[in-house]
Design a protein around this ligand. Structure first.
Ligand SMILES: Cc1ncc(COP(=O)(O)O)c(C=O)c1O
Length: 421
């Protein structure tokens, strides 16, 4: 809040496509898709019409013991993202979806009679949300430090094989790193009910990309040991990394998959957990036998959000978003490499699908909040480029134009030079 003394908040009056418009007449590129959710850009006319159409019918009705055609059609589509007979559980936002998946894995272990398996394991540098439990499985000190008293200290898997993208040999083979990781997993396995990961890309941790081979090995290990694997696809889901789900890079089918953000293309707060038939069957029991999964968010399955989500899913298909990402992603990656080369201010350039990132070279970080100063300069130049600490990244709408990407590159180059040189 104190920053506002010298840097007033931007008053947004309109948002369209990849651009935001302010009250004082500025046009800004939104290169982070408004916190990674506006996958189809702002104001998509088809989603606007779908939400308006739903508004004419009803805006919100309790989902418990009711059904409607929109939520049914949406559930069919989401279940089909994974193999096998899958089921859906709806929540309000991303953190809630993660809480649902964590609670469900713990409860399932109780039903299975594995009462010692009450703990979770997560990856170093991971991030899974802002509630007490989701912070407990996150590894970002600044977010969770003051609240440590609220939740258990869960083990974090250390020594993750990070890589630069799909062409890095580590992406397909992390055999050298695996033994040290397996030792940590084996040490904890008797008390674990689930391992939770952000598949392939850790967002809030700094857009860190890790080996798909690690994900594959983790799936094999969890399966072998009867431990659930939770894939938090909240940021990575719906073509962000080039595939429908990031887990597809490793060809895995996790027990639980958390979806949000791109689910509604950023139109409304909504999340869903896609769970396996095995999990569903564990909870399928007579009333009062302790096997009921009691979790009831007021707005779970909200009709307006569901209408947006169903339309977004249709647009991904109708507009050939997979092919569009396949064509745009190499350009996005090239432009980040060029930015690093032309400025000589960035290192560790990495990217996958419609995510590109690089770190400011340590020798140019001469003052605190260097990333924040780049952010302020970029806004003056016309882009809401909002670094994660000292990591510069682009995670734009999947349908951003090549022209806007070029514009984003030149603003990034200028913002870096003006701030750091
Ligand atoms: C991987 C991941 N999990 C969970 C969340 C939390 O989602 P929400 O902010 O909707 O609660 C986020 C948000 O950025 C995320 O990136």
């Amino acid at each position: 809040m104190k920053d506002y003394e010298s840097f007033e908040p931007l008053e947004i009056v309109r948002a369209e496509g990849s651009y935001l418009y302010t009250a004082d007449g500025k046009r800004l590129i939104d290169p982070l898709s408004s916190w990674w959710c506006k996958s189809l850009g702002h104001g998509h006319p088809r989603i606007r019409a779908a939400v308006a159409g739903q508004m004419e019918k009803f805006e919100h009705v309790i989902l418990a013991n009711t059904v409607n055609r929109t939520i049914a059609a949406l559930s069919e589509r989401l279940a089909a993202l994974l193999p096998g007979r899958r089921h859906l559980f709806y929540g309000g936002d991303g953190s809630t979806a993660v809480e649902i998946a964590l609670k469900m894995s713990l409860h399932a272990m109780l039903i299975r009679g594995e009462t010692k398996r009450t703990r979770f394991m997560a990856l170093e540098n991971g991030y899974h949300g802002e509630t007490a439990l989701t912070l407990a499985v996150s590894d970002l000190g600044i977010y969770k430090e003051p609240y440590r008293a609220l939740a258990p200290d869960y083990p974090m898997l250390k020594g993750i094989p990070y890589c630069t993208g799909v062409n890095d040999p580590l992406f397909t083979d992390c055999g050298a790193a695996w033994p040290a990781l397996e030792v940590q997993l084996e040490r904890e396995k008797d008390t674990l009910c689930a391992v939770i990961v952000e598949p392939i890309v850790q967002g809030a941790g700094g857009m860190l990309i890790y080996s798909a081979d690690l994900l594959r090995r983790l799936r094999t290990w969890t399966e072998k040991n009867g431990i659930y694997l939770i894939a938090d696809e909240i940021m990575t889901g719906f073509y962000r990394t080039g595939t429908p789900l990031a887990g597809d890079h490793a060809g895995i089918a996790p027990d639980l998959v958390c979806l949000s953000k791109g689910l509604t293309a950023g139109w409304a707060a909504m999340s869903a957990v896609v769970l396996s038939g095995e999990l569903y069957n564990l909870f399928y029991a007579d009333y009062g036998t302790g096997r009921d999964f009691l979790h009831s968010n007021t707005y779970a399955g909200n009709a307006l959000a569901a209408a947006a989500a169903l339309e977004a899913q249709k647009i991904y298909e109708d507009d050939g978003i997979a092919a569009r990402v396949a064509a745009t992603a190499p350009v996005l990656q090239r432009l980040m490499r060029e930015t690093a080369k032309e400025t000589n201010l960035l290192t560790n350039v990495r990217g996958i699908g419609m995510i590109a990132a690089a770190d400011i070279k340590p020798e140019f970080i001469k003052a605190p909040r260097t990333g924040y100063r780049v952010y302020r300069r970029a806004i003056e130049l016309g882009a809401l480029l909002r670094p994660l600490g000292n990591t510069i990244y682009w995670l734009p709408p999947l349908n951003i134009s090549l022209q806007t990407l070029e514009e984003l590159k030149s603003i990034t180059v200028r913002a870096l030079r003006d701030t750091l040189l």
